[in-house]
Each structure stands twice: as structure tokens, then as C-alpha cells.
Design a protein around this ligand. Structure first.
Ligand code: E4P
Length: 218
């Protein structure tokens, strides 16, 4: 299972890369706005820093404009994946990008039918938003299960990228269901390491050895 960081904060990406847990990055307009940075230069800077795929989202909603912005994003670096909204114009653009060899990440997916359409259009990734479904009293993870099954049934190449992750249980459930990727906020990545018994056990090991008055070498 691949881990992408869901952020536009360079510091978070640098730390995640140091930890060896970041296979790629996803951005969206809200994340770049929150970071208070310019749009295209931020996607470019992240793509330079991260060896894996970096999703940069178009700000357009109409076909020609999606194509134009997608081309500009794709030209920034070889590892840029063009993020496109799940609309008729968006999926039409996905099919056109596919013919040109440009990889796409179809975003704002909230149903299995939408995921099926994205795969048929030739998306490299589908991003179902589990947290936002949970927010409206639907089971986000049920959607992941449906998409994984449908893609397996027809051997689609489109990877299931679990998005809108809110907590570590989402990661466990996504992994149990065989999702290809989870895109994770930095705070949740930190939480994945944490267990109180690890902290307590480490404290006790170190305290027990300290009581001997000896060092690492003696
Ligand atoms: C990533 O590709 C999505 O844009 C992101 O995970 C959405 O997360 P949110 O629902 O927490 O905004």
C-alpha cells in the first residue's frame, strides 16, 4: 500500500520523506490556499522535492480549459499527475490526457458509478472521499469496498486512492480492503506511529538500564 501526503506544506513533506513513509503527495486548491502560496510554483516545488507522483489539480471546469491547465501542470515535471474533477467535461479530458500519456487523478468521487466512469475514461487514480461521506452519515469505507471489487472484476488499471482521510482507522480499513493508496494528512501520519504501550515500554526499558549505572558499552 502506498502512502501519499495530503498537504501543500513543504515542512510536512520534508519530514515525511525523512521518515521514509511518503510515496507521493496530493494537493488541492484548498490546501494550497491554506498554505498561503502561489498555485503552479507550489506544485512545481513539491514535484521537485518528492520522487513519486504529485497530484496538482486544475482550477477549470470546462473541457478546453481543463485541457489547457492540465497541460501546464503536466509540463511542470514528469511526476506531476493532473487532478481532474469528476464531471462529464473532466472525464472527457481524462480520456484525452490518457491518449497523450498524461496521468490523471480523478477527484471528488462519492459513488461507485462515478468510479466506474473514471476507470472507463482511463484515470490513473480515483480519489473517493471517505471522510466527507462519513460527515453526511454515509459509510465512506463501503464505497472503497465497492470500488475495489468493481475494479478487480474488470481488471481496471485505475488505482484506488483513498482520500479525505480523517483518522488512523481509515488507514487500517483501507489496507484491509486492499486499496492501492491512501493520501494522509500529516497529523494522521504522525498518529499512525503512536501507541501508549510503545511509549511506556520504552520508558521502562531505559529506566531499568539506567538503574544499573552502566552505559551502552559497559
Ligand atoms: C485529496 O486528494 C483530497 O483533496 C483531500 O483528501 C480532501 O480531504 P478533505 O475532505 O479533508 O478536505
Amino acid at each position: 500500500m502506498e502512502f501519499f501526503l495530503d498537504t501543500a506544506e513543504m515542512k510536512e513533506i520534508e519530514t515525511g520523506l525523512e521518515w521514509g513513509m511518503v510515496d507521493g503527495v496530493t494537493t488541492n486548491p484548498s490546501l494550497i490556499a491554506k498554505a498561503g502560496k502561489p498555485y503552479l510554483p507550489t506544485v512545481q516545488a513539491i514535484a521537485k522535492l518528492v520522487p513519486g507522483p504529485v497530484s496538482g489539480e486544475v482550477l477549470a471546469t470546462e473541457y478546453e480549459e481543463i485541457l489547457s491547465q492540465g497541460h501546464r501542470l503536466a509540463k511542470l515535471a514528469d511526476n506531476v499527475v493532473v487532478k481532474v474533477p469528476l464531471t462529464p467535461d473532466g472525464l472527457r479530458a481524462v480520456a484525452a490526457f490518457k491518449k497523450e500519456g498524461i496521468r490523471t487523478n480523478v477527484t471528488l468521487c462519492f459513488s461507485a458509478t462515478q468510479a466506474l466512469l473514471a476507470a472507463k475514461a482511463g484515470a490513473a487514480y480515483i480519489s473517493p472521499f471517505v471522510g466527507r461521506l462519513d460527515d453526511v452519515a454515509e459509510e465512506g469505507m463501503e464505497l472503497i469496498e465497492q470500488i475495489v471489487t468493481i475494479y478487480q472484476n474488470y481488471e481496471f488499471d485505475t488505482k484506488v486512492l483513498v482520500a479525505s482521510v480523517r483518522h488512523p482507522v481509515h488507514i487500517v480499513q483501507a489496507a484491509m480492503l486492499g486499496a492501492d493508496v491512501a493520501t494522509i494528512p500529516f497529523k494522521v501520519l504522525e498518529q499512525l506511529y503512536k501507541h501508549p504501550l510503545t511509549d511506556a515500554g520504552l520508558d521502562r526499558f531505559l529506566a531499568d538500564w539506567k538503574k544499573t549505572g552502566k552505559t551502552f558499552d559497559s
